[in-house]
Design a binder for this molecule. Structure first.
Ligand SMILES: NC(=O)c1ccc[n+]([C@@H]2O[C@H](COP(=O)([O-])OP(=O)(O)OC[C@H]3O[C@@H](n4cnc5c(N)ncnc54)[C@H](OP(=O)(O)O)[C@@H]3O)[C@@H](O)[C@H]2O)c1
Length: 283
């Protein structure tokens, strides 16, 4: 199915669709069916990670889909245990073998892990992996301003994207602004706040959704789009997958965007334990 999905331009000249498919918990044979259905429903950007233990499933869906490889954007992430330069290069190569592709369209450092203090070295590995032809677009995830400044100053290379937590209860506005100022595209992870925050049943969002004849999920994704933020939305359901791409036939008023901005709860709204200076994940 061909669907019109608006695109964002990156600082390295490539383009990405405004919505990508998140794949946390999508695994195995059922996972292949879900990702295939997403590709058939028009998704082109697939977001995975070594940590999700599903890179093999993504590769299987890519092979079974009838969409040419060059039209798909496969994005994965470097785990914390591989921040040493040599380990990072090996990890990227191993991930490519697991998926069964010979280059990543996009690849990110998953978390900065500042207590470990090796993210600059990891970034240098991504910069070089791009030169070796292993990755087309390089970016980071969960990087705060100080982490972005350090990697840019040390290597002279600005990431193309920074994938960060963002949903109406934690809109991360200051960090989105930092990304914008550095010409880095913000990608929003957990745009629906996973299931924990119950963002999708918020009465303010529901009222706005009813006004436009859309669902709360569509209102959130449109709010991201109008703020120049790419959404990485996970859905294993065909109906929800289709709904999450159907965003480009309406526009929120400035007033409604403001109402959505006002739902922010600051640090209280952040998913538990996910502060980038504290969160540690090595696998
Ligand atoms: N970089 C990072 O550190 C990081 C961290 C967390 C997540 N991520 C990425 O971001 C992706 C998204 O985050 P997430 O998986 O935590 O959560 P999410 O996308 O915020 O929410 C997923 C939940 O929303 C439901 N949903 C999706 N579309 C819906 C719709 N239209 N109406 C109603 N419910 C809907 C899904 O159910 P169904 O499946 O039944 O549709 C699922 O239960 C991840 O999969 C991953 O790729 C990255």
């Amino acid at each position: 199915m061909s669907v019109n999905v608006n695109q964002f331009s990156l600082n390295d000249g490539t383009t990405l669709p405004a919505v990508g498919l998140g794949t946390v918990h999508i695994k195995g044979a059922k996972g292949v069916t879900s990702v295939l259905s997403a590709i058939q429903n028009g998704y082109r950007l697939i977001d995975t990670s070594t940590n999700y233990n599903n890179e093999g499933m993504v590769g299987e869906a890519v092979r079974r889909s009838n969409v040419p490889r060059e039209e798909l954007i496969i994005s994965s992430k470097l785990p914390g245990a591989a921040h040493d330069y040599d380990k990072a290069i090996l990890m990227i190569q191993e991930s490519l073998y697991r998926i069964g592709i010979d280059y990543f369209d996009k690849y990110l450092i998953h978390w900065p892990l500042p207590k470990q203090g090796k993210y600059v070295e990891a970034w240098q590995a991504l910069v070089d992996a791009q030169k070796f032809g292993l990755i087309k677009t390089i970016g980071v995830s969960n990087f705060l301003e100080e982490h972005l400044t350090a990697i840019i100053e040390e290597t002279g290379v600005t990431p193309a994207t920074n994938q960060i937590e963002r949903h109406p209860y934690f809109n991360n506005k200051a960090l989105v602004k930092v990304n914008d100022q550095k010409s880095i595209l913000t990608e929003a992870w957990s745009p629906f706040g996973r299931e924990i925050n119950k963002v999708l049943t918020d009465p303010v969002i529901k009222k706005i959704a009813d006004h436009y004849g859309k669902s709360p999920a569509q209102i959130i994704l449109r709010w991201n789009y109008e703020n120049n933020v790419l959404s990485v939305a996970k859905s294993a359901s065909t109906t929800n997958q289709q709904m999450n791409l159907d965003l480009f036939d309406f526009e929120l008023t400035a007033e409604d965007r403001q109402l959505l901005d006002q739902l922010d709860k600051g640090e209280e709204g952040r998913l538990q334990g996910q502060h980038p200076n504290e969160y540690e994940e090595f696998d």
